[in-house]
Design a binder for this molecule. Structure first.
Ligand SMILES: Nc1ncnc2c1ncn2[C@@H]1O[C@H](COP(=O)(O)OP(=O)(O)O)[C@@H](O)[C@H]1O
Ligand SMILES: [Mg+2]
Length: 421
């Protein structure tokens, strides 16, 4: 342990012992800072520690962060250039800074401090993490997503994974700049979202589903009443008429759980125009399809699947799990009449993220769901430095296109036609 840390632990223990915890709630950050500065100076002089003025400032900040904020984590959270923070025990913190992962010099003084902060993060959103419930999903005040696993499940000390909330949200035009899709695809997706197509975004973990959902939801009308349902709120809709709902995990006694399915059912009584489900994982798929089929056009969601056809199969199995009575054929018919468009995203092996299919759900032919690709990414190979090359191709719009029919209703059929000229 370095000298700064050992001084810090001594001072911190003395100050914390003397502190009246209840007074902390009322005191302002600047008053607390003044008090802490005085106490730090007195203690350092009393014990004759060799501490520079600059280090005294750092000590006060560290105490302040620990009392009011998230301790050593606070500096990393305040740094907007850091996108991910991964904590493997008190001494091993890794960060993703500008796309590169490195070990951070920041450390916790010990496991107890790290564990206390993990508990505080959970408590801030009304959740608990302890020996009986050692895994927890939470969210920081700024919207960042957090996953916590504590010992004994985490072998080397408390593990915290943070996906930082992006203050600058990625728009469709940015995705075009990044090479994730063509200008034409961005135009088509914006029209589809605006003209109330029901859209599923399919892809693997970290493939960019939520990012795309967020970008597309920006094209919903300002007068639409939108209800969003998420496990940990990530969407950042700019429209004025938005109700944001979040699921709740079961309490320690195993009660009080509110699932995405509960929220979708409830949202139908909230007079929504559109329902946006952050991620479909289970039974909520059934209610969402019902919603799409009963006048809540323009609903969107994401799900885990590798191709548009796979996405249909995933929805089928989610609905089957939710309703034991519905025959497969009926489920298929419900899916086909509910879903208009499937957008497939993928993280390619060179690390780039791309929209690899935009497919329309045309209908049923016998048992078979008919999909038609409007756009697809065709891989031309890999360059010497490992970059994937390819083109976005379109066979043109089907004469029976659902998006075209919707666009016509909104008076935008010429705009759609122009995309394919
Ligand atoms: N097209 C893209 N190009 C570069 N980065 C992207 C792209 N799409 C998403 N990202 C980034 O990738 C990460 C994962 O994206 P996210 O949308 O959360 O994935 P998912 O919801 O599929 O798990 C985020 O940090 C996001 O900013
Ligand atoms: Mg996501």
């Amino acid at each position: 342990m370095n000298q700064f840390n050992s001084v810090y632990i001594t001072i911190r223990d003395e100050i914390f012992d003397a502190l009246d915890a209840s007074s902390l709630i009322e005191i302002s950050a600047s008053d607390l800072e003044t008090q802490l500065r005085d106490s730090v100076n007195i203690l350092i002089d009393k014990r004759q520690f060799q501490v520079s003025n600059l280090q005294r400032v750092d000590l006060v900040k560290a105490l302040l962060d620990e009392l009011k904020g998230l301790g050593p984590l606070q500096t990393l959270i305040d740094n907007d250039n850091i996108s991910d923070i991964m904590i493997n025990g008190p001494q091993n913190i890794f960060i993703e800074l500008n796309g590169k992962i490195d070990k951070s010099p920041v450390q916790f003084v010990n496991e107890k401090q790290l564990n206390t902060i993990a508990k505080r993060i959970a408590a801030n959103v009304g959740r608990r993490v302890d020996e009986t419930k050692p895994i927890c999903d939470a969210r920081l005040a700024d919207g960042s997503r957090v996953n916590i696993v504590i010992p004994p499940l985490a072998l080397d000390g408390t593990s915290i994974s943070i996906r930082k909330f992006k203050k600058h949200k990625i728009k469709l035009e940015n995705l075009v700049e990044f090479g994730a899709m063509s200008v034409e695809m961005a135009k088509l997706l914006s029209i589809a979202a605006h003209c109330k197509c029901n859209i599923l975004i399919s892809g693997g973990t970290g493939s960019g589903k939520t990012t795309l959902l967020n970008a597309m939801s920006g094209f919903a009308g300002n007068t639409d009443r939108i209800v969003t349902i998420e496990d940990a709120a990530e969407l950042q809709l700019q429209q004025p008429h938005v109700v944001r709902l979040e699921t709740r995990q079961a309490s320690i006694e195993g009660t009080g759980e509110i699932t995405a399915r509960d929220l979708v059912i409830n949202s139908l009584r909230m007079r929504p125009d559109r329902i946006i489900v952050g991620e479909c994982r289970g039974g909520e798929a059934f209610e969402m399809l019902q919603a799409m089929n009963t006048g809540h056009d323009g609903s969107m969601s994401t799900l885990h699947a590798n191709t548009p056809r796979d996405a249909i199969a995933r929805v089928e199995s989610m609905v089957m799990m939710a309703t034991s009575s519905l025959p497969l054929e009926a489920i298929r018919r419900t899916i086909v009449s509910a879903v208009d468009l499937i957008v497939q995203v993928k993280r390619l092996h060179d690390g780039s993220r791309k929209v690899i299919f935009i497919s329309e759900v045309m209908g049923l032919e016998g048992d078979n769901v008919v999909l038609e690709d409007i756009f697809k990414f065709v891989n031309d190979g890999t360059t010497e430095d490992g970059k994937i090359e390819g083109k976005f191709k379109t066979p043109g719009l089907s004469t029976r296109s659902v998006v075209y029919e919707r666009a016509k209703f909104f008076g935008l059929e010429n705009t759609v036609r122009e995309i394919f000229q």
